[in-house]
Design a binder for this molecule. Sequence first.
Ligand code: NDP
Length: 327
Amino acid sequence: MPELMKAIIFQQAGGPDVLEIAEVPVPAVGPGQVLVKQQAIGVNFIDTYHRSGLYPVKLPSRLGMEGAGVVEAVGDGVTRFKAGDLVAYASGPLGAYAEYHAVVADRAVKLPDGVSAEIGAAALLKGMTAEFLLRRCYPVKAGETILVHAAAGGVGSILVQWAKHLGATVIGTAGSEDKARRAKAHGADHVILYRDQDVAAEVRRITDGAGVPVAYDSVGAATFEGTLASLARRGLFVSFGNASGPVPAFEPARLQRAGSLFFTRPTMGDYQVTTQELDESAGALFEVIKSGAVKIEIGQTFRLTQAKTAHEALHGRETVGASLLIP
Ligand code: NDP
């Protein structure tokens, strides 16, 4: 095993330019950890929040929460894995943007036969997000019509397919004609071009005035008003991301005036507190992948050393499906 490896670091918060390629020591495997020799690294929008300072981290910092590869070494007390296992993980400590990463064994999962490291790194964080959003945050029922923003994106494309699998009618939104076509190919029944069209007016038209019982909004600031106005009476606003910036403060009375609405701001960590919850979520994800109900689209692949380019593409709304870094 080499002593040094390539990793992405940043000294201060900022735009993609703050990302540097560094040579750092290969981490030692601590008790309860496994050392993963990475084959693929998942790029997630949350990485941009860590980098920009929207979600503050201690600086200087490493980056990245998701990766997959082979277990190279096993720390004291680990019984869950052995050297040679193909695993994936989707949680901290930050540092997935590297050739090797030491991760907490209880937060990693073994990839089943037929699921490659690339699919694991493209799917785990985004797919377990879709799992908790559709099955536990708001259990979507067959026959319901739901709204999914950024439907051609990483999480969005999985949400659309899984919601269709559950029997829902899906209204997606997308930032371009090309992305609208992709969202439709993933099964979206209707796609609203939200940069040009009035989302709430379209949702009301499609639902004969009723609105949707649940709206999954990862775009944040830019879509807040449209999402609020798209909900049916007693509907649930699931605000789970900030791609356009965080949702500004609002008066709770607005939920009353818009029809006794509910509002939640969930995060995946709270839906997989225990290893059992993690295993159940990942298990449900692997099931829909293996059955073919959900196809993981790897839209872009970059070298690890091109992390800055990958972040520029995410900010530029140029990506579709998942993005990977390959060490
Ligand atoms: P995506 O691949 O979905 O990329 C984000 C997409 O958001 C873009 O492609 C773009 O699609 C849309 N978008 C709208 N406005 C902007 C903007 N101003 N700048 C950039 N993009 C914009 O990313 P991920 O799949 O990694 O994540 C999707 C969302 O889910 C993120 O907000 C992320 O934070 C959130 N998330 C939340 C989790 C949680 O536990 N709460 C867990 C995982 C992800 P278009 O061009 O079609 O508008």
